[in-house]
Design a protein around this ligand. Structure first.
Ligand code: ATP
Ligand code: MG
Length: 256
């Protein structure tokens, strides 16, 4: 079943068009990768889908509802969350509190009970803490449950951001270069983690330059070039597409 539809999406910054009339859809439960050279518009596409930028024109539909331009908390409530190409972790907070920020995005705290620390609120906080610890364990961060974020290595912070994105219990998770800056062992572990998240029924939208990871996990691949759809299909289809080879994967391109 189709979960996300991007319809005639166009994004310009001033006179500079970054996305051109982009149309594609993403199936529920799939691992859908979006690849393309630097500057192709992948992050901009994520920023438009997740409401950070309004499109110049075009629409984004999630389960049939128009979500164009909706803010992050509204999308979290619908089940859409993301990670960022440039890590967005609060380094002045503990690791666990960073994950708890994710829960606060998905629930509307009632001010009065929180002020008086009513028993129900204390119970709820305890429950969230337990769930945050479970999520940290799920992404392989049990050893950092008591850590300050500032004391964690880069690879662990990338996982922490993933745990925070999972805290809203998303139906769709957008990952912008989750393997960037990771060593080969950490990237290998990421394959398994992404597949385990997908097995929980979460649709994954993956922007990534690490082609080994892309080939390993993707059900479907969309190739962008200069803000336009260059090709899409299964890994085998995309890999052998002459346009993709010329622009991205072949001799001139930097990916193989
Ligand atoms: N806020 C902005 N204002 C002006 N131009 C922007 C803005 N954001 C992105 N761009 C431009 O849009 C183009 C696409 O950038 P984008 O970051 O979406 O590419 P990308 O495919 O994610 O690249 P990379 O693989 O390097 O992350 C680039 O030319 C970039 O300079
Ligand atoms: Mg990018």
């Amino acid at each position: 079943m189709t979960q996300l539809v991007v319809e005639g999406l166009h994004k310009s910054f001033g006179a500079f068009a970054v996305l051109h009339d982009l149309t594609f859809s993403i199936r529920e439960g799939s691992i859908h990768s979006i690849i393309g050279p630097n500057g192709a518009g992948k992050t901009t596409l994520f920023n438009v889908i997740t409401g950070l930028y309004p499109p110049t024109h075009g629409r984004v539909l999630f389960n049939g509802a128009d979500i164009t331009g909706r803010p992050a908390h509204a999308l979290a409530a619908l089940g859409i969350s993301r990670t960022f190409q440039n890590l967005q972790i609060f380094l002045n907070m503990s690791a666990l509190d960073n994950v708890l920020v994710g829960y606060h995005l998905s629930c509307r705290p009632r001010l009065l009970p929180s002020l008086f620390r009513w028993p129900a609120v204390v119970r709820r906080d305890h429950e969230y803490r337990q769930r945050a610890e479970q999520l940290m364990a799920f992404v392989g961060l049990s050893a950092f449950v008591g850590a300050e974020a500032s004391a964690m290595p880069y690879g662990a912070l990338k996982r922490l951001e993933l745990a925070r994105a999972l805290a809203v219990q998303p139906k769709m998770l957008l990952l912008d270069e989750p393997a960037a800056g990771l060593n080969p062992k950490e990237t290998g572990d990421l394959d398994t983690l992404i597949q385990r998240i997908a097995e929980r029924g979460v649709t994954i939208v993956l922007v990534e330059h690490d082609m080994r990871l892309v080939w390993a996990v993707s059900n479907h691949i969309l190739v962008l070039d200069e803000g336009r759809k260059l090709a899409e299909g299964t890994g085998a289809e995309v890999r052998h597409n002459p346009d993709v080879v010329a622009a991205y994967l072949g001799e001139g391109g930097r990916h193989r």
